[in-house]
Structures are given as structure tokens and as C-alpha cells.
Design a binder for this molecule. Structure first.
Ligand code: CMC
Length: 382
């Protein structure tokens, strides 16, 4: 019998076409609908990139204004969603809050739909659902952090765009432009990355003709893991463990002796460096300067150079974004929910793409369990 050619973790397997983004590990590049991500991060507000991912083109001024008006209309925290978040134990991981909130929003939106045959929705319905989730997630994430600090939610401000309003709702003060800019860039860099684990999860759920909210809830579950989105939180745990740049050498000796994974390094696709890191590192540098925290840059750079020289494994996006979010004032536990708020744009673009040319995703497996056996005393019905 010939052994099947199993690709563990689907490594290297091309499972479908996508027009949403292109990752090229050879040239270290990432294109969203054809545009290099670093050009988008340097020139566009996150709302325009969301529009690009959904529609395939950057918005005109009128289209951007329309999207912003809808986003403003849905950016407040609904009372029932707040009540649902309050039911989640205060010491549960905030990704559980976000997952619960999206689940409730989906149940509310789809109430009365009736048959499962109706839930996958039309293109227009799914676009509207995508915009509403994109609009409300900042309020959910911001409230999560405030709740853990014993603070009340902060009402959104109509005079602020997405990134500035997100920071406002989290911190109850207007952020400096340099912070808003770094935050906006991080949202754009996190927005989309082809068939990563959470996006593929969303596409698998969508392929059964389930609804967009179920696909996003499943994607949030996949993103929570430390090998995927949870890595940005894990980077800060490592920074806290190491303390200062002087401790990097001995800390790394021990971590490698214990065969620990160093969070924020390595990538399934990029082997020569993550295309998004230089842009996010530049944003981190502006924050280091702004807050006068050269110690953070020293720790970052020392760990990076030591680990790369010892293992030849490069940082991924979570490595600069973790300390950047920390400098902005986000709690470590809030980092992965921030990733959700950004990646919901990519997930929903992929959900709509999957529906547009759907095939049920149902791979095969090779059985390696016990040979056929039988229940003692069982007699088959005549
Ligand atoms: N620290 C130490 N060793 C590593 C690391 C790391 N961060 N990454 C890879 N390696 C080693 C690994 O131990 C293995 O060594 P060996 O061949 O001796 O057993 C080799 O490199 C190949 O690693 P792998 O885990 O089999 O490779 P992969 O392509 O499955 O891994 C990865 C990709 C992201 C799961 C892995 O690099 C990792 O666990 N990194 C740390 C977690 C992390 O930062 N995740 C964020 C990924 S990017 C952002 C996102 O998608 O959310």
C-alpha cells in the first residue's frame, strides 16, 4: 500500500485562489488587492483599507465619507452587548469577551431568519454585516480593557475618525497625532494576510453556508492561540520576564536550553523576514521617541539581534506590535482583541469571496487507529 502524501499543518498546500491579498515570501512583500501594505499604511486611514479589502478598490472621497458615516452610526456599545460582556468572568481572557459579544450580535441580527437555508446571506447583507462588526468592535475591545480597570465605558466621539475614536473610547482622552498614526498603521498591517489559520477557519465555516457571524466567532477562536494572534500578548510576557537589555543573553541561553518557542519570531510562510515588520518597527520607533522609552528599543533590538544570530529565525509582526501597544497604554491582555478589530476586515472579505465561488471545504484523512474490532457478545439484528 502506498503511503499518502500528508502535508502536516497543510504546510505548502495551495487550497484555493484569492484576490484579497498576495504574500510573496521570496520578495518579502504583501499586497492588499495589489497595493503594497507599507504604501497603504503610510498613506491611508484604516477605513479606506477596509473598503479596499471589501470592494477591491480604494474608495473615492464620497465612498469614504459614506463608509465613515455608517461606521459612526454603529460605533457605540449596545446595551445588550455590554450586559453580555459583563456576564463574562472578569478574569476570563478578553478574547472570550470579544467572541461572546460577536456571537450575541450575530444571534440578534439573524433572529427571525428561520431556516438555516437563509443564513448565509446576500452580498449586500454580508457587506452590511461586515461594516457593522468593523464599527462596533472598537467599542467592545475598549470596554473590555476599561472593565478590567474598574472603569465605565466611554461614549464615541463623532468628530474623530476610526483610529482616534478607538483610542478615545479606550483611554477617555484624545491621543496625540503620532500615537493615532502608529495605531492606524498597526490596524492596517494586521488587517489581512491571505490563508492564515483564522482566515482559513472563517472560510471553512462559510463553506458550509453558515452565517458570517459564526465564521467570525470561529476565526476569533483560532486567532486566540499563541501560535497565531496570541503571540502579540506573549511577546510582552517575554519582555516582562527579561526586564532589561542586559538580561537578554542569559535569558536566551536558558530559554533555548529549555527548547522554548520565542514568541514574536518565526513564520510559516516568511522564512527571511516578515514583510510587515519594518513598517511596524518604524511606528514603534516613533512611539519610543514620543514617550522617551529608549529602554524598550534597547530590549527589542538586543533580543532581535541575539535570536536572529543564534537561530536565523526572524521577527514577525507581533514582535514590534506588542511593545508598541504597550507604549500606547493598552493592557497586555488587550493586544489580541486589537488584532480582532483589525483582522475582521480581512476575515469578512474572505467570507464574501468564499461565498462568491463556494465549494464545501472537506479534506480527507488517513486512518491510523486500531484495526476493525467488535463488541463482545454483540449479535447483529437478523
Ligand atoms: N522560537 C524558537 N524556535 C522556533 C521558533 C521560535 N519562535 N519558530 C520556529 N522555531 C523552530 C522550531 O522549534 C523548529 O525547530 P526544529 O526543526 O529544530 O524542531 C523550526 O524552527 C521550525 O518551526 P515550526 O514551528 O515547525 O515551523 P512552523 O512553520 O510550523 O512555525 C510558527 C511557524 C509561527 C508556528 C513558529 O515560528 C512559532 O511558533 N513562532 C512563535 C509564535 C509566534 O510568534 N506566532 C505568530 C506568527 S505570525 C503572526 C500571526 O499569524 O498571528
Amino acid at each position: 500500500m502506498t503511503e499518502p502524501d500528508i502535508k502536516k499543518g497543510l504546510a505548502g498546500v495551495v487550497v484555493d485562489y484569492t484576490a484579497v491579498s498576495k504574500v510573496n515570501p521570496e520578495t518579502n512583500s504583501l499586497l492588499y488587492r495589489g497595493y503594497p501594505v507599507q504604501e497603504l499604511a503610510a498613506t491611508q486611514p484604516f477605513e479606506a483599507v477596509a473598503y479596499l479589502l471589501w470592494h477591491g478598490e480604494l474608495p473615492t472621497d464620497v465612498q469614504l465619507a459614506q463608509l465613515r458615516a455608517t461606521e459612526r452610526a454603529y460605533r457605540h456599545l449596545p446595551a445588550d452587548v455590554r450586559a453580555a460582556i459583563d456576564l463574562v468572568p472578569i478574569d476570563a481572557h478578553p478574547m472570550d469577551e470579544v467572541r461572546t459579544a460577536v456571537s450575541l450580535i450575530g444571534a440578534r441580527d439573524l433572529a427571525g431568519t428561520g431556516s438555516v437555508l437563509e443564513v448565509s446571506g446576500s452580498v449586500d447583507e454580508n457587506l452590511a454585516r461586515s461594516i457593522r462588526l468593523f464599527a462596533v468592535l472598537p467599542a467592545i475591545v475598549a470596554y473590555g480593557q476599561r472593565r478590567r480597570r474598574g472603569q465605565q465605558p466611554v461614549a464615541p466621539r463623532d468628530d474623530l475618525d476610526y483610529a482616534a475614536n478607538f483610542l478615545w473610547m479606550t483611554f477617555d482622552e484624545q491621543a496625540d497625532d503620532v500615537v493615532v498614526d502608529a495605531f492606524n498603521r498597526s490596524m492596517i498591517l494586521y488587517a489581512e494576510h491571505s490563508f492564515n489559520a483564522s482566515t482559513f477557519t472563517a472560510r471553512v465555516v462559510t463553506s458550509t453556508l453558515s452565517d458570517l457571524y459564526s465564521a467570525v466567532v470561529a476565526a476569533i477562536g483560532a486567532l486566540k492561540g499563541p501560535l497565531h494572534g496570541g503571540a502579540n500578548e506573549a511577546v510582552l510576557h517575554i519582555f516582562d520576564e527579561i526586564g532589561t537589555a542586559e538580561n537578554v543573553g542569559p535569558w536566551l541561553d536558558q530559554a533555548l536550553a529549555e527548547k522554548r518557542k520565542i514568541m514574536g519570531f518565526g513564520h510559516r510562510v516568511y522564512k527571511k523576514g516578515d514583510s510587515r515588520v519594518p513598517t511596524m518597527k518604524t511606528a514603534l520607533d516613533t512611539l519610543v521617541e514620543h514617550y522617551g522609552r529608549r529602554d524598550v528599543a534597547a530590549l527589542y533590538e538586543t533580543l532581535e539581534s541575539e535570536f536572529v544570530s543564534r537561530k536565523g529565525i526572524y521577527p514577525n509582526l507581533d514582535y514590534p506590535s506588542g511593545p508598541a501597544y504597550n507604549l500606547m497604554g493598552f493592557d497586555t491582555l488587550t493586544f489580541t482583541p486589537l488584532f480582532v478589530a483589525a483582522r475582521v476586515t480581512g476575515w469578512t472579505a474572505h467570507i464574501m469571496e468564499q461565498l462568491a465561488s463556494n465549494a464545501l471545504i472537506r479534506p480527507l484523512s488517513e486512518y491510523n487507529g486500531p484495526d476493525e474490532r467488535h463488541i463482545e457478545g454483540y449479535v447483529a439484528d437478523a
